[in-house]
Design a protein around this ligand. Sequence first.
Ligand SMILES: Cc1cc2nc3c(=O)[nH]c(=O)nc-3n(C[C@H](O)[C@H](O)[C@H](O)COP(=O)(O)O)c2cc1C
Length: 223
Amino acid sequence: MSDRNQQFQPDQSDLLMELLAARRDVRGNLFLADELDQADIDQILKAALHAPSVGFSQPWEFVLVLDKVQRRQVADSFFAENQKALEQFRAGNYDAAKLEQYQALKLEGITESALNIAVFYNPKKGPVLGQTSMPDMGRYSVVCAVQNMWLMARSLNIGMGWVSILDPEKVKTIVNAPADRELIAYLCLGKVDQFYDQPELETLGWEARKATSQVVLSGHYPE
Ligand SMILES: Cc1cc2nc3c(=O)[nH]c(=O)nc-3n(C[C@H](O)[C@H](O)[C@H](O)COP(=O)(O)O)c2cc1C
């Protein structure tokens, strides 16, 4: 039994920071065909179940998708939605070079990864402690679980990618989710031969990492 009251040491804190900085969103071009070990999948799911949740409601559910036909259907939804995304960028007056760059991005690894996990929000009927004023808190709790999975996967040297360019209703149908469930995340997991040093979108010049001074304010926003 581990001591949950232990005092962590600075080198352990440094290790956590290293892990946080080394976590990457992994897309199709980096996944290997190898299967994942069941013990690793269990460990990633265990990490999810240790996430914080509003009112300890634990409003998450995880559908493990291995079937190739289901995955192909999800990938079809991605391609359809990504076409719509391109239209939005076109309508948003992005220049030709940026549009070309968008088209060249690999934004999912649905069929290349060993395992897909559809993560759902299962809303509780009736009031939830802590969620009475801000109804999205249950959804945010599910996101906390996803982040735990991402970090645990990285610590096991397993790549994970989050695909959100999907029609959530199509995904619900593909996995036969009850009507009241809400898709929060569609994840692709698998072994990889490398993790990039920095976000691919940073390397490609799509966005730059923000500095602390850009996002941390003292007391209030400027008048
Ligand atoms: C809520 C959320 C949704 C995302 N959806 C996608 C997606 O649909 N396709 C994709 O390629 N990456 C997606 N990402 C990954 C981000 O692009 C990635 O986290 C970001 O570029 C920073 O890179 P890093 O995760 O490697 O640090 C998503 C990330 C988050 C947090």
